[in-house]
Design a protein around this ligand. Structure first.
Ligand code: HEC
Ligand code: HEC
Ligand code: HEC
Ligand code: HEC
Ligand code: HEC
Length: 358
């Protein structure tokens, strides 16, 4: 599929895309509210520990909270998508929409859910998104790996915080296996899963830092949860190579060798691969562009063919782009661009380039 979409977006396209997305959101929320009314979802406030409010964790565990505040777990209901919705004066839509969405974007505690149960929305401090309590507090109290004896509060030691494979399938999967593209099931098919390389190894790497301000640094995992908003993570995911063939053509190969799931991982994000062939004076002789991702008519609904087209690159697979080399000498240039869901950002990020002379 060759596309010629260029960045930054033209004002008309911007206007059209905004109008289209508002329409889509109206339809989505109509369905979502319908489902919500029919299913009468359970609503729980979540915090059982009367002495420890949601904000108290953040107060004592400031170094961890500082990481989490930059993550999209915290930004899950206050981040760019929702911000844009509000600045476009879509406050009522915001209120209507966020109800079916807070199940995962601001859930009650997930640790007590039975195996097949879905996360449920909470009613308190919704603006904190996926917060400390969502992941760490159960009906019994604060749950953790049990490595620090110095905690001033009781800690319930739980295998789900000690064994990273179990964490991935019992905690991360609570929300990430329900998202439209199931990264947990994808990860389970990769050699990473077989070799014990989990979601945590890539998204919660170990670092040496205190967990409470003023206390000594310790080896613990980052709560920054870096993902596709970070160009370095995008670069880690893919290998690019250019090979010149005997028949006067060249092959550009893009391999997903570093993401523990498909690339792009989830949502309606896209990768654009732009290949140009230039002569020695820099004149462009050939240009090809291909995109990889998924196209949805109505995000989240009607997610089957022909309304949904998926061209993501699964882990371990390569995609090739062939170009002719019309001159004797010149260079082949590859540019990789990433487009985040357009409501979040409307400008692509160029995260990798490669040039080779021939
Ligand atoms: C079943 C749980 C679940 C529900 C319900 C849910 N989401 Fe999400 N959402 C997720 C997960 C997990 C991610 C992170 C994966 C990703 O980045 O695509 C996410 C990511 C997003 C993103 C960021 C996409 C990006 O590329 O960073 C937006 C915006 C979003 N959701 C909007 C919504 C809206 C609007 C609704 C309600 C109509 C909703 N979500 C309902 C689980 C959910
Ligand atoms: C998305 C789920 C999630 C959220 C949100 C979250 N955590 Fe964690 N946290 C984890 C997991 C998983 C571990 C265990 C990592 C490991 O294997 O060491 C952990 C570990 C910890 C530890 C133990 C560190 C150590 O000494 O090893 C502390 C303390 C902690 N989290 C506090 C917090 C605080 C405070 C917040 C809110 C600012 C928070 N967490 C938010 C999932 C989460
Ligand atoms: C009064 C300050 C304070 C408050 C409030 C507090 N913590 Fe802690 N917590 C600590 C200290 C101190 C430690 C030990 C840290 C260390 O050893 O470096 C700790 C340790 C932890 C651990 C790791 C325990 C382990 O070894 O498994 C977790 C998980 C944790 N806290 C989660 C939370 C959560 C969730 C909240 C909010 C409900 C919270 N804490 C509120 C001070 C606090
Ligand atoms: C309670 C639900 C929930 C749980 C549990 C959860 N997540 Fe998330 N996570 C989300 C939602 C919702 C988002 C998307 C927020 C957004 O972009 O608006 C998200 C975003 C992310 C992102 C960032 C994606 C981006 O676009 O930047 C990463 C990485 C991530 N989660 C990894 C994990 C890992 C690893 C675990 C297990 C330790 C985990 N999550 C547990 C709900 C959850
Ligand atoms: C080997 C490393 C690796 C493993 C294992 C891994 N990821 Fe990722 N993940 C990445 C990289 C690199 C990216 C950025 C490229 C991309 O979006 O595919 C990413 C992106 C993401 C995103 C952002 C998706 C989006 O499009 O907004 C989420 C959410 C995520 N991962 C969740 C998970 C979860 C949950 C697991 C465990 C089931 C997991 N990842 C396992 C490396 C990994």
């Amino acid at each position: 599929m060759d596309t010629a979409v260029k960045v930054p977006m033209k004002p008309l396209w911007k206007w059209l895309s905004l109008t289209a997305s508002v329409l889509v959101l109206v339809v989505v929320s109509y369905f979502a509210v319908g489902v919500a009314v029919r299913d009468r979802p359970e609503v729980r406030t979540g915090t059982i520990h009367a002495s420890l409010s949601r904000e108290s964790c953040v107060g004592c565990h400031e170094p961890i909270a500082a990481e989490w505040r930059e993550s999209f777990h915290f930004l899950s209901l206050s981040g760019p998508f929702w911000g844009r919705l509000r600045t476009k004066r879509a406050d009522r839509l915001f209120e209507a929409l966020r109800i079916p969405c807070v199940n995962c974007h601001a859930p009650a505690n997930v640790l007590d859910l039975t195996e097949q149960a879905h996360p449920v929305q909470r009613t308190d401090a919704v603006q904190l998104g996926v917060d400390c309590v969502s992941c760490h507090v159960s009906e019994q109290g604060i749950v953790g790996p049990g490595r620090s004896a110095a905690a001033p509060h009781e800690v319930i030691v739980d295998k789900r915080f000690q064994d990273a494979i179990l964490t991935s399938i019992a905690i991360c999967a609570r929300c990430h296996a329900e998202a439209q593209f199931n990264v947990v099931a994808e990860w389970q098919q990769t050699p990473f899963a077989r070799n014990g390389i989990t979601c945590l190894d890539c998204h919660m790497p170990e670092l040496e830092a205190p967990s409470v301000a003023g206390r000594p640094a310790r080896l613990r995992r980052s709560h920054r949860f870096l993902g596709d908003k970070d160009p370095e993570m995008l670069r880690k995911a893919l290998d690019i190579s250019i090979s010149v063939n005997d028949d006067g053509s060249a092959t550009v190969r893009i391999t997903n060798s570093g993401a523990g799931h498909s690339f792009p991982a989830a949502g309606t994000n896209s990768l654009f691969v732009n290949v140009t062939v230039q002569d020695d004076d820099g004149l462009v002789l050939e240009e090809k562009e291909r995109s990889f991702g998924s196209r949805e008519w109505i995000p989240g609904y009607l997610d089957f063919w022909p309304f949904l087209k998926v061209t993501k690159i699964p882990y371990g697979q390569s995609r090739e782009i062939e170009v002719d080399l019309p001159s004797e000498h010149g260079s082949i240039a590859v540019e990789l661009r990433y487009r985040d869901w357009f409501m979040v950002k409307n400008q692509d990020v160029v995260f990798a380039t490669l040039t080779q002379a021939y």
